[in-house]
Write a protein that binds this ligand. Sequence first.
Ligand SMILES: Cc1cc2nc3c(=O)[nH]c(=O)nc-3n(C[C@H](O)[C@H](O)[C@H](O)COP(=O)(O)OP(=O)(O)OC[C@H]3O[C@@H](n4cnc5c(N)ncnc54)[C@H](O)[C@@H]3O)c2cc1C
Length: 386
Amino acid sequence: MSLPQTADVVVIGAGAVGAACAYFAARAGLKVAVVERGAIAGGTSSACEGNILVSDKEAGPELTLSQYSQQLWRTDLAEFGHLWEFESKGGLVVSAKAGTQENLARLAERQRAAGIDVELIDAAGLSDFEPQLNPALVGGAFYPQDAQVQPMLAAAHLLRMARGMGATVHPNTQVTGFVRSGEAVTGVQTTRGIISAPAVVNAAGTWGGAVAELARVNVPVLPRRGFVMVTEPLPVLVRHKVYAAEYVDNVASSDAGLQTSPVVEGTDGGTILIGSSRERVGFDKTFSPRVLAEMAGKAIALFPFLADVKALRSYFGFRPYCPDHLPVIGHDPRAPGLWHACGHEGAGIGLSTGTGALIAASLTGKDAAIDTAPFAPERFEELVNA
Ligand SMILES: Cc1cc2nc3c(=O)[nH]c(=O)nc-3n(C[C@H](O)[C@H](O)[C@H](O)COP(=O)(O)OP(=O)(O)OC[C@H]3O[C@@H](n4cnc5c(N)ncnc54)[C@H](O)[C@@H]3O)c2cc1C
């Protein structure tokens, strides 16, 4: 399809976040053009899991965004849930030590005060949720609101629905620069031509910093690598998203070194997905047996039956990480006409809907449904100037 010469808004990136921005902007009546340098959902959205979690978030702005996003997945978009295999499976967080369980109980208390449903489980109660769990675990917490989608299907269908409302989607079209009028951004230069638009949304995920640089603004998104292991298909042996309580600390950590914590979940197809690892090694694409061995050992400690199960394959992706672990969402006053919707680290699938709706509201001058100040793009200026 040839590029349009003009649009109301150009969205850069066709991952889960760009797709949600395109969908909500088109629904708000805007003429949208999505440009993607590769294939639809060819970035991190095809190299992840699809959990929509509230359980792993401390009370604060990211949890608020996750509650808003949950509401959109579950109400606004509920009728389409089957298209992206939405499953409200619930999350079970487990503790191997009494001290860990005490910390988990305190976290649960703070989350409950913020409106999250969470039930503390004692050691005896764990097997009611997951009969295959290691009986040595001392307790846990169950989060019924945790859910899952198939991320590539979500991105593809949101884009298809946006097209149904007049949007155009252009794969194999890389943004190489911005068209400017003074400081204002007035369009994009791409490998296939120019599109003029009064609004451009940077939804380039882990590459959001590089795209921002093309507009001469600093948005410090860095890659944080993560592996996932996939087992052979099995009958249903893991019913929920199950992970160890220390996962929450690893998510919140800014340590560049390797961190692994067991995350185990079944899929509709019968395979079991095993995570998780986090390390800041740039865009290093070297396969790491050491990381996979560590993840496998920890997963077996949670579910001993996994010791006899074959892993079929593994893959990795680069989470879009910001130093304060918050995404970048909103208009950039340093480059008027440029909006950012990137840097969602390990939660961009879950947070995509809220992000898309906030961007659409901002583009059309509507009030935001939640406070967006913590996500402001210019918040990093203080870091740069410090
Ligand atoms: C191992 C792992 C597990 C994860 N598990 C989960 C999970 O369970 N739940 C969850 O919510 N999140 C999870 N994540 C995080 C999630 O994958 C990301 O936050 C999310 O995919 C980001 O989506 P995005 O649309 O912002 O980025 P992407 O999907 O990377 O999309 C950005 C797109 O921009 C394009 N692009 C870049 N530069 C340009 C340019 N110059 N011109 C045009 N196009 C450009 C790229 O090609 C890419 O397709 C996980 C990540 C990893 C690595």
